[in-house]
Design a binder for this molecule. Sequence first.
Ligand SMILES: [Zn+2]
Ligand SMILES: [Zn+2]
Length: 73
Amino acid sequence: MARGRESRLGPVLYSPGAMECVACKVSDQDVRLHKCPICFKWVCENCAIRSYGRAFCMRKCADQFFWGDDEDE
Ligand SMILES: [Zn+2]
Ligand SMILES: [Zn+2]
């Protein structure tokens, strides 16, 4: 059974703007996603680290935002 397969369209192309949470992979179709201002990954309401009035994908990004350009690496 190849139900749903559209071979004439070739490989499945994700529609532009289709995004998912970097942590739990939930789709932006289901929840509202925030873009991490540090690494530009998308993160959902549940997984976002909220600091300084912004939503970060992880603690590390929030810290980086606070400390500025950390050139420790
Ligand atoms: Zn999430
Ligand atoms: Zn991030």
